[in-house]
Design a protein around this ligand. Structure first.
Ligand code: GRF
Length: 188
């Protein structure tokens, strides 16, 4: 059986990339074919060196290039795990339902341009929300607006701060993102 290939794209520390890698590293059905980053000094590069997977740095202006699109076509699923650049419209069209993203809020709340990382958690705490969570969704050309695949919630209590909420959200991401990817790839 040929393995399903995942290409992971990340701009940050890569803790989700690592979780996904660890989840699938002994799988007979799924392989992480490549990690792509747009930041030359992204934490994900040093973090994932041990995995001996090709890591490619792609400057923003090449995102839409033909060669890059051809490279992405070798994957069954492209997973954005903290990838902060907007996916160009043409690319979103070519890869309709082939690119997924994880967002650290319950979309459509707290999504869109500028809503990433601590900005999300600060806004959620400021608004005294009683719950937050994560959203895994297909990517289209608009930030955080593609079809939702799965959401997972956590409670917020009075003592929570953006930092403690961020930890809860990260735990949810690490627990659910790899399993959700597996479900998508297996078509369940
Ligand atoms: C995650 O919170 C994810 O929701 C967001 O970017 C963050 C990436 O974190 N899209 P890490 O680099 O995987 O630690």
């Amino acid at each position: 059986m040929t393995k399903k290939k995942i290409i992971l794209m990340a701009s940050g520390s890569g803790s989700n990339v690592q979780q996904i890698y660890e989840y699938f590293k002994n799988s007979d059905a799924v392989e992480i074919a490549m990690i792509i980053t747009n930041k030359q000094n992204a934490g994900v590069i040093a973090r994932m060196e041990y995995a001996k997977i090709p890591i490619l740095w792609i400057p923003k202006q090449y995102l839409n290039s033909e060669d890059f699109i051809e490279l992405l076509k070798t994957a069954d699923l492209i997973v954005l795990a903290g990838f902060l650049l907007k996916i160009p419209e043409q690319m979103a069209q070519v890869f309709d339902k082939k690119i997924i993203n994880i967002h650290p809020s319950l979309l459509p709340k707290y999504g869109g341009k500028g809503m990433y990382g601590h900005f999300v958690h600060e806004a959620v705490i400021q608004n005294k929300e009683k719950e937050s969570g994560i959203t895994i969704h297909y990517v289209n050309q608009h930030y955080d607006e593609g079809q939702i695949i799965a959401q997972f919630q956590c409670e917020i209590n009075d003592t929570d701060t953006p930092e403690t909420l961020s930890k809860k959200i990260q735990n949810l991401e690490h627990l659910h993102f790899p399993k959700t990817i597996e479900m998508i790839l297996m078509g369940v």
